[in-house]
Design a binder for this molecule. Structure first.
Ligand code: TRP
Ligand code: ZN
Length: 873
């Protein structure tokens, strides 16, 4: 427990609501400096014993009038403070009317109703609705919403809310638009938009033959950047019908793009609101990674219509019920649309770097947390990505058809309800007959299990023995960690690939096995193993664990050559590379070079999964290296990685050059093979630049000037910035880039990030300078992430400068931002919380900055992170 002025909320204290709100009718009068909100709530007391008063959540608004059943209440009938409106005595059924004034133009928190580029928009999840009007702001209160939006005629061409538009009239110069959402929903799914927007329109015919209107609303200058989101939406709608049997339910599905947004996007019923960065895409302005992100986020929000909206969460401790499941769904969708192996490796890599670090830090929490101070702090990689892994493990344990049966049961049984992770797991159990008692630890226990694996081959009896030990380190508040149920996918790889053999425990004959690890120590015997094998372990990243096996370098090389599992091969390359980095003398055995040589050869021959090849040829990033090689200074890590790139670049110069020439084109296709070709050739360019910048910069420069895609232009910009000997050239290129793109805010973000993550010296001063540039705006989260976030998270050698200047800079920004946007301030803080990984002197510097922040008058968001970071021993 945390000693705190802010209130900590515990899952065990959950109590069903005393009242429910059958109907919610809202009227918004949008006007210059204040917005009047009138709410009429049809409320009934729940069938619980005690007759408690009605306590509504509400913040940052001024109460004008309250009435019950149309009788205005006197001030002694209610009380109001910073967080609640309490009506002392109410009957069992009544209509409550509240009139309040709010100030969207002054709302910089981007929570509740706010203005972005002149338009009005909302963000209510998790607890933002209470900034709009007094309400039971909790996900287990589901209500039918009718929303009236009033504004002077001609002011806003577009006025939207959830559901269907039932009225649009002008009376006395006031335009009055009414929306009705027939599906009951919690208020966190409410949305309102009013602005000068235009739409790209399309339609979709559902499996059962209903036509759904699809609309993407953007500023008129962005109308040419909506095709990809629209196509992704239609693909997602079809996919959810085919894979989960889920159809869309309303007659209209709207997506709105806004510039100022705290996260990626929000699944409001029938009216998704998106960060422009997750919806706009055009080959000229958007990288291939950006295209894939748009596809994934559009699908993610769409999938929430069932996993989140139709079936929602009982309380915020169940957040992963909707987020983990929906991330699993969008990951499978992306895998079906693109390269399955690449998607899996990307996700495993994200988990292993970012989530494992979270699980080892002061904010470590289970997929279903037990307590929080500020729920916004729990929209984490643990809830989302580890939560998705937990769903994936169950899907794999059950197999495709039983998992589908289980999700059918879940959606059917709980449609229109607010439920728990436990409800989800029980559907899995019921349908499969499997006992998931031990498996449930994945929901309740934080921390990353470590699996230590060893193997032994006995040639005479043709037996291979695999022994597995699991331990999980303690996390704040959880010292004891009973063993997890870990599905551990393995194969035994011979000279030509996985060998067929028999698992003694089950008698099963196969070339791949999923072992159920359930104890702290277990041994498995394989029989009929014809040759000495190399074990291929944790195939497909079958569980979110830290696996170690003492491979020799030549064994790793054999896995890279002969294994057929993409994750295991990639992991083998990463391990070889980590060894080359750890011993500091480069690739002594030459095995990494040899592996790269044959990978490049297969690229030349074509046929292989080119996108996967590009991943295999990418060295571990500095963040991951510094999480594994704890003793190494960030500056030293940077130097060694650079050295290894130069080495591999020069030893394989011909091959890289051939690869570059083969895959370079100036076309702007965005299909999978064109994207794969670009990623491969841009990696080649990076190695070539690392080896010899004076000759390679000619290529880079030409690519910068002639390419039609942002992928190629920005890749060239980055290598020139990071690696060109000719500093003037880098400066010129940066200036040209800005001149050309200063009108495209999202491209400018890439320009900011390229400078913030630069490998050159003196980046902190540049970042400080850029904060005064016309391109920067501290109230815009995308700008903050691109400049400040990128520097602190993706430039470890400079952020961790030994004089502590990076830490002080971050602390100053957090203090500054906390006054404007606590959610963003709190997220920005993450790198300072990881002080335990650093050497003694950096630890002191980091803790001092945390202490300096803690002395301020803080939001609960920042307070929680700072307090928890300083509380760990
Ligand atoms: N539910 C959103 C999603 O995952 C997340 C989200 C969007 C969010 N905006 C937010 C969470 C603001 C907290 C605060 O798709
Ligand atoms: Zn989500």
């Amino acid at each position: 427990m945390i000693d705190s002025p802010a209130k900590e909320i515990f899952a065990k204290d959950y109590r069903a609501p005393d009242f429910h709100i059958e109907k919610t009718e809202l009227r918004f009068e949008l006007a210059g400096d204040a917005t009047r909100v009138t709410s009429r709530l049809t409320i009934a007391r729940s069938a619980t014993g005690e007759k408690r008063p009605l306590v509504l959540n509400g913040q940052d608004q001024s109460l004008v009038q309250v009435s019950v059943d149309d009788v205005i209440l006197g001030s002694d009938a209610y009380s109001v403070d910073d967080d609640f409106l309490t009506i002392h005595q109410v009957t069992d059924a009544f209509v409550l009317e509240c009139v309040t004034d709010i100030e969207p133009e002054k709302n910089t928190s981007l929570e509740g109703l706010y203005r972005s580029n002149g338009m009005y928009c909302t963000q209510c999840e998790a607890e933002g609705f209470r900034k709009i009007t007094y309400y039971l702001d909790r996900p287990d209160v589901l209500s039918e919403f009718v929303t009236h939006i009033w504004a002077s005629e001609g002011q806003f061409p577009v006025m939207l809310s959830n559901g269907n538009c039932t009225r649009d009239v002008v009376e006395d110069g006031v335009r009055k638009v009414t929306w009705h959402d027939p599906f009951k929903k919690p208020c966190y799914l409410f949305a309102l938009v009013a602005g000068d927007l235009e739409s790209v329109d399309d339609s979709f015919v559902t499996e059962s033959g209903r036509e759904v209107a699809l609309q993407i609303f953007v500023e008129s200058k962005d109308l040419d950047k909506c095709d990809h989101a629209m196509q992704s939406l239609k693909n997602a709608m079809r996919w959810d019908e085919q894979v989960y049997g889920r159809e869309y339910d309303l007659d209209i599905y709207m997506v709105v793009a806004v510039d100022d947004f705290n996260m990626g996007a929000m699944e409001n019923k029938g009216l998704n609101i998106f960060n422009t960065s997750c919806v706009l895409a055009h080959p000229k302005t958007t990288t291939d990674l950006g295209f894939q992100r748009v596809e994934a986020v559009v699908a993610h929000e769409y999938f929430h219509n069932w996993s989140g909206n139709r079936v929602t969460c009982r309380d915020w401790f169940q957040l992963s019920l909707k987020e983990g499941f929906t991330v699993y769904r969008d990951a499978e969708f992306s895998a079906d649309m693109n390269s399955r192996t690449v998607k899996r490796v990307e996700d495993a890599s994200l988990l292993r770097t970012v989530q494992f670090a979270e699980d080892a830090g002061p904010m470590a929490h289970p997929v279903r947390p037990d307590s929080f101070i500020e729920i916004s702090n729990f929209y984490t990689v643990t809830i989302y990505e580890k939560g998705a892994e937990v769903v994936r493990m169950m899907a794999n344990l059950l197999g495709e058809s039983l998992f589908r049966k289980a999700t059918d049961l879940y959606f059917e049984r709980f449609d229109g309800q607010a439920v728990t992770c436990e409800d989800f797991v029980r559907c899995m159990e019921e349908v499969s007959g499997r006992d998931l008692t031990q498996f449930r630890h994945w929901y309740s226990q934080a921390g990353t299990p470590a699996l230590r694996v060893a193997g032994q081959y006995d040639a005479e009896s043709a037996r291979y023995t695999l022994s597995v030990e699991q331990t999980t380190p303690p996390t704040p508040g959880q010292d004891e960690k009973p063993a997890f149920h870990i599905p551990f996918s393995v194969a035994l790889v011979g000279q030509d690939g996985p060998l067929s053999c028999v698992l003694q425990q089950s008698g099963q004959e196969a070339s791949e096995f999923v072992l159920d690890i359930t104890e702290s120590k277990q041994t498995f015997e394989f029989e009929g193993v014809p040759e000495a094998p190399i074990p291929s372990l944790l195939r497909g990243f079958s569980a979110p664990v830290n696996m170690s096996f003492d491979y020799s370098d030549t064994e790793l090389a054999q896995l890279i050559r002969a294994d057929d599992d993409g994750f295991a091969r990639w992991d083998a390359v990463q391990t070889l590379a980590m060894r080359a980095l750890a011993d500091g003398s480069g690739d002594q055995s030459g095995l990494l070079e040899e592996a790269f040589r044959s990978l490049l050869k297969s690229a030349e021959n074509g046929g292989a999964d080119m996108a996967m090849l590009a991943m295999l040829l990418t060295l571990p990033n500095e963040m991951y290296i510094s999480d594994v090689l704890l003793d190494l200074d960030p500056v030293e890590i940077h130097k060694r990685r650079k050295g290894l790139k130069a080495l591999l670049g020069s030893r394989l110069r011909e091959q890289w050059l051939a690869c570059y020439r083969k895959f370079h084109s100036t076309g702007d296709d965005i299909d999978g093979s064109a994207m794969a070709a670009r990623s491969l050739k841009n990696i080649a360019l990076e190695y070539l630049m690392s080896a010899d910048s004076s000759s390679a910069q000619v290529l880079a420069r030409e690519q910068f000037e002639k390419s039609l895609t942002m992928t190629d232009v920005s890749a060239a910009l980055r290598v020139l910035e990071n690696l060109a000997d000719d500093r003037n050239l880098a400066e010129r290129v940066l200036a040209d880039f800005y001149q050309q793109w200063k009108g495209e805010s999202l491209v400018v973000n890439a320009w900011l990030a390229a400078q913030a993550t630069s490998a050159r010296d003196g980046v902190l001063d540049r970042v400080k300078g850029l904060m005064d540039h016309e391109a920067f705006d501290i109230t815009n989260p995308n700008k903050v992430r691109s400049l400040i976030g990128a520097f602190c998270n993706q430039n470890p050698s400079q952020f961790h400068a030994s004089d502590g200047s990076g830490y002080a800079f971050l602390a100053d920004r957090v203090i500054e931002l906390d006054k404007l946007n606590p959610q963003i301030a709190s997220r920005l803080l993450t790198p300072l919380t990881r002080w335990k990984k650093r050497d003694q002197s950096r630890q002191e510097l980091m803790k001092a900055e945390l202490g300096r922040i803690k002395a301020e008058d803080l939001s609960s968001d920042v307070y929680e992170i700072v307090a928890k970071s300083l509380a760990v021993a």
